[in-house]
Design a protein around this ligand. Structure first.
Ligand code: CA
Length: 412
């Protein structure tokens, strides 16, 4: 090595150390990374033959979201529909009606298998069909990515490298046990199959739902749904319990009560004057379950009590709107209709406005764990608490007006 080359190498090494987690956005850096995975994969049962075949000509995809690269600004997942669409757009009535009609037909087609799956797992079969609908539009979505490429890239340069390193190795194991590469089509996060399984979950929960002795989460709907059922069961699904209830708030309650920290038995919500939006009473059994208030549009849409099973669906995809979509679609497939309280017609605030308001409230001492520009339940709650304390109208919704008020308050 020449001195100049050596110095350049040393400089690169130091720069690499200084920029810590950010990955070098080159194919060479990526290939060097792959070689660090090889022994770990081997220890997990991935043969050299499988490893070589899977990674020959494999190139990283630096256009994926959620990467940390040393020479490109950080891109986050703020483009995900769960965080950029309003609830009314995400759970749009015409789309839900279409999905429910299709879902009912598929439910009828697979009724026998769904009954078996329900008896074995205790999971609501309508929820399973709804997850299938949400994840791949009942198998219609053409998944755009190669899971091996996606997972290798996220393991190399993603924000959650360790998590995706384990997923990458599990995906290689799937090839090792005979899953064809052509079945490893995925979303940008590397999930595969009709109900979008991460590779580690595949090894934990994939099941044979149609009893033909094979597991095929790509072509067998009963296999995919039985696997999703085992996943939900593993995440703590409560047998026979609901995913959630649309409610009317009690007379002296507001949206600032939203969120898991204020979870309590449903009987307590009833004491505060909360009622089911459909007018039916809660049963004695339901009243013993704990639930928290969830209002995805603040005061501008329906309110829900979210019990344990809502949290379980949320573990599938960490978004209130995702869980609400799945729960509501399940109800519609079962024969239910629209929400009792409509979504008001409002605009989604700009991400920058949300971010600035989060940062301002945090500076004012409100427990705002994240300043990510996303309107999660804690953001809505803290806005509501600020509005209560300031004597403003409590709508728990970020706006330029609340931001201006908080800014003025901070300067006082
Ligand atoms: Ca099967």
């Amino acid at each position: 090595m020449s001195l100049a080359k050596f110095l350049a190498w040393g400089f690169v090494a130091l720069a690499g150390a200084a920029s810590s987690a950010a990955a070098d956005p080159t194919v060479a850096g990526f290939r060097a990374f792959l070689e660090t995975v090889r022994p770990e994969a081997a220890a997990d049962g991935v043969s050299d033959k499988t490893f070589n075949k899977a990674t020959a000509n494999l190139e990283p995809d630096f256009k994926l979201p959620d990467l940390e690269l040393s020479s490109r600004p950080k891109v986050d997942n703020s483009g995900q529909a769960e965080f950029t669409k309003t609830a009314a757009d995400y759970i749009s009535k015409p789309y839900m009606e279409k999905m429910a009609t299709q879902g009912r037909a598929f439910f009828a087609q697979h009724r026998a298998a769904l009954k078996r799956i329900e008896a074995a797992s205790g999971v609501d079969p309508y929820i399973l069909v709804a997850i299938w609908g949400r994840e791949t539009a009942y198998g219609v979505y053409a998944l755009p990515h190669d899971a091996i490429r996606v997972l290798a890239t996220l393991a190399y340069a993603g924000r959650r490298k360790n998590l995706f390193r384990a997923e990458f190795i599990a995906a290689l194991k799937m090839l090792e046990v005979g899953v064809p590469r052509s079945d490893m089509k995925s979303s940008w996060a590397g999930a595969v199959g009709l109900t979008q399984f991460m590779p580690t979950e595949f090894f934990k929960h994939a099941a044979d739902g149609d009893g033909d002795g094979k597991i095929d989460i790509w072509r067998s709907v009963p296999d995919a749904l039985a696997s999703a059922a085992r996943q939900l069961e593993g995440k703590g699904w409560v047998r026979g319990a609901a995913w959630g209830y649309e409610v009317q708030l009690g007379p002296r309650s507001d949206c600032a009560l939203e969120g898991p920290p204020d979870e309590r038995p449903i009987a307590d919500w009833v004491k505060r004057g909360f009622t089911r939006a459909n007018g039916k009473p809660f049963t004695a059994e339901q009243a013993t379950h704990r639930a928290y208030l969830m209002m995805p549009a603040g005061a501008y849409g329906p309110a829900f009590l979210a019990p344990e099973n809502f949290k379980v669906i949320r573990l599938y995809n960490t978004s209130d709107l995702y869980a609400l979509f799945v729960g509501h679609l399940a109800d519609r497939i079962r024969g239910g209709g629209d929400f009792q309280t409509p979504w008001a017609n409002f605009q989604q605030p700009r991400t920058q406005t949300v971010h600035d308001l989060q940062a301002r409230l945090k500076a004012l001492g409100y427990p705002m764990d994240k300043t990510d520009g996303k309107i999660g339940s804690n953001t809505r709650k803290q806005i509501g608490l600020y509005q209560r304390a300031a004597g403003l109208k409590v709508d728990c919704w970020p706006s330029e007006a609340v931001l201006a008020h908080a800014n003025a308050n901070a300067q006082r």
